[in-house]
Design a protein around this ligand. Structure first.
Ligand code: NAD
Length: 523
């Protein structure tokens, strides 16, 4: 299989839920998944499935009485064992031809396509995604598999041709894998990000220890299972669950870990960065740390903008998946000429958002993912009432004991307020007034983050300026600041949003490889 022989990459289409047949298929998947509630999930280390007595429940955040599954409470010893097993498996896996590894990813994409609604249904129940959000998450996972398979084949073919030749030597250049990767993803894209982070590490010839977030371990298990089914050998992908501070930390610290691929909060990312730098006894390399962290993303609207489109973009960016996206537009910056009108429009539009159990497709917003997240958001709302003017929401909603919070909007927020600088990760929008476009750009760049941003304007010159000066990894004009497409909008941020990698982009796999240069003559 060669890169040229594959059909060109294209994004997986989203499901049209206005079609009654698709709705029925999704309902069926919700039913099938529900029948599997309450199962106990093992750790998987090499060929061993380890069922522990010590388990923790993963619950439905819309109905916390409902247990999705019981998950093993792994320990630092399990992390050490899994890393050793992955280290041994690396011996063979690194020599598996790239075509074989790419073929496994393509097979996984096929399997996921066939069970697409089931993966989405698990997310509706385990992390509170609406049908549409869950469907986009699964589609993105399929995209990662298709994209990285092609990307690996292309690297393999192009690397040798990328060096200059000299008559006196036979020179060649190729990329080789690194070793064992500690894969530590967040819960908010529990299929897409887990699939992307794991498949990128594996297709490049590395072996992996995957530990999904505590809030989405069941979904994580199903992704790992799909990869094994597609042909990833057991020891090549090991699966652990348990507390991040225990299992994740032990994975990061282990001397046989060669790299850490992490997506999550700034706090944990910074901690991993520091720990990864420490060289432990017996360690033969400096660990590479690929860290994707948080955001405090802004949508700017100026007086030339299409205000209808801007209103929609601001609201969807802020409240999609309850604001629990690293790309969420949690700040809206309006220039003074349109400030009052935009505040009114955004409030009116946000009032129409329906909140409730996401298993019901009429609900556009679901619950916060956990009680901890729910409490954190309420604390920020409390802080916000001191810092800005509460113009919408602000309360928890009592629906079946779930972790629901109303869409909440603060207006007249100073640019340097805590709710304008810190990532809240919930349905809370801070609206900030700007004197003019220059001021808006300054405010947009005023946080320590630099992940995504959007500008609504019809002024070409200003957009050109924003392209230069708005310092974010993913910038969008006249559209929302969420919803990056694999291969189209390579994704990842600047500054405290991470180590500047671009998932789903043309150089991403190089993070998991090292170049080997061979010169001289063989005879
Ligand atoms: P988190 O940092 O709490 O946890 C992320 C992962 O790290 C989890 O698997 C967790 O178990 C593990 N972990 C926790 N403590 C650890 C430790 N001491 N050592 C090793 N691992 C540890 O983040 P979260 O709440 O799961 O996810 C939300 C965060 O992720 C937000 O800040 C969001 O912006 C960010 N995020 C970023 C991107 C991106 O591409 N930049 C994408 C999605 C989410």
């Amino acid at each position: 299989m060669r890169y040229q022989d594959l059909p060109p990459f294209r994004n997986e289409p989203l499901t049209d839920f206005t079609d009654p047949e698709n709705r029925r298929a999704f309902e069926d998947a919700l039913g099938r998944v529900r029948e599997q509630f309450g199962r106990t999930y093992p750790l998987v280390i090499g060929d061993d499935e380890i069922v522990l007595d010590d388990v923790f429940p993963s619950v439905n955040p819309a109905r916390p009485d409902e247990v999705i599954g019981f998950v093993a409470n792994g320990t630092a010893e399990h992390a050490a064992k899994a890393t050793e097993v992955a280290y041994e498996a690396f011996e063979r896996w690194q020599r598996t031809p790239a075509e074989e590894r790419a073929a496994i990813l393509l097979r996984a994409a096929e399997l996921m396509r066939a069970r697409r609604h089931e993966f989405s249904a698990w997310m509706v129940y385990e992390v509170g995604k609406s049908w549409v959000e869950a469907d986009a998450d699964t589609a993105e996972a399929i995209d990662f598999l298709e994209y990285y398979a092609r990307h690996m084949l292309r690297l393999e073919e192009e690397a040798p041709k990328s060096v200059a030749q000299i008559p006196s030597e036979e020179v060649t250049f190729r990329y080789i894998p690194l070793g064992v990767g500690a894969i530590i993803p967040p819960w908010n894209f529990p299929v897409a990000i887990v699939t992307g982070m794991t498949s990128s590490a594996l297709v490049t010839g590395n072996t992996a220890v995957l530990k999904p977030a505590e809030q989405s371990p069941v979904v994580g298990y199903h992704v790992a299972h799909l990869l094994w089914e597609a042909g990833v050998p057991r020891g090549v992908l090991n699966f652990l669950t348990g507390p991040g501070e225990v299992v994740g930390e032990a994975m990061v610290d282990h001397p046989k870990t060669r790299f850490i691929s992490f997506t999550g909060s700034k706090e944990v990312g910074c901690r991993i960065y520091e720990r990864a730098a420490r060289v432990h006894p017996g360690q033969k390399w400096l660990k590479r740390a690929i860290l994707e962290m948080g955001g405090k993303d802004a949508v700017i609207v100026d007086e030339t903008a299409d205000l209808d489109a801007a209103t929609e973009g601001v609201v969807v960016s802020a409240f999609g998946y309850q604001g629990q996206k690293c790309s969420a537009g949690s700040r809206a910056i309006f220039v003074k000429e349109v400030y009052d009108e935009m505040v009114e429009r955004v409030i009116e539009r946000a009032k129409r958002i329906t909140v409730g159990d996401p298993a019901n497709p009429d609900n556009w917003m679901g619950p916060l993912v956990s009680e901890e997240q729910f409490r954190k958001v309420l604390t920020y709302i409390e802080i916000g009432t001191q810092e800005g003017r509460l113009v919408l929401g602000g309360r928890a909603l009592d629906i079946e004991g779930g972790y629901f919070i109303e869409p909440t909007i603060f207006a007249d927020v100073p640019w340097d307020a805590r709710i304008a600088q810190e990532e809240i990760f919930g349905p809370v929008l801070s609206i900030i007034r700007a004197e003019d476009f220059d001021d808006a750009l300054r405010i947009a760049n005023s946080t320590e983050y630099g992940l995504t941003g959007a500008v609504y304007s019809r002024d070409r010159e200003r957009l050109d300026r924003a392209a230069e000066e708005f310092h974010v990894g993913n910038l969008y004009f006249n559209r929302k600041c969420t919803g990056a497409l694999v291969g189209v909008h390579p994704f990842g941020g600047f500054n405290m949003s991470g180590t500047d990698s671009k998932a789903g982009g043309p150089d991403y796999l190089l993070w998991f490889l090292q170049g080997k240069s061979i010169g001289g003559r063989r005879a």
